[in-house]
Design a protein around this ligand. Sequence first.
Ligand code: ZN
Length: 75
Amino acid sequence: MAASFDFNQEDLERHTCRTWQEGDWIILQCTQCDFLRRMNWKTGALKIDQSGEPQIMHSAQHRGQKIALDVGSMN
Ligand SMILES: [Zn+2]
């Protein structure tokens, strides 16, 4: 039990994604697994490129806006 104080409230593992923009798409890539998403900032459409580890919650920040990526609710 070392240095896990941020995670005491939930058992869920969480990953943070890095983001960048390509045209109309924001790319969200996890630095810890194969998780990769594309989000169209005009339409809000979300594409799954690689699912990564589905049991892990992913979140990201793009231009100061927090993006929650709930894997379970997407096709
Ligand atoms: Zn991940």
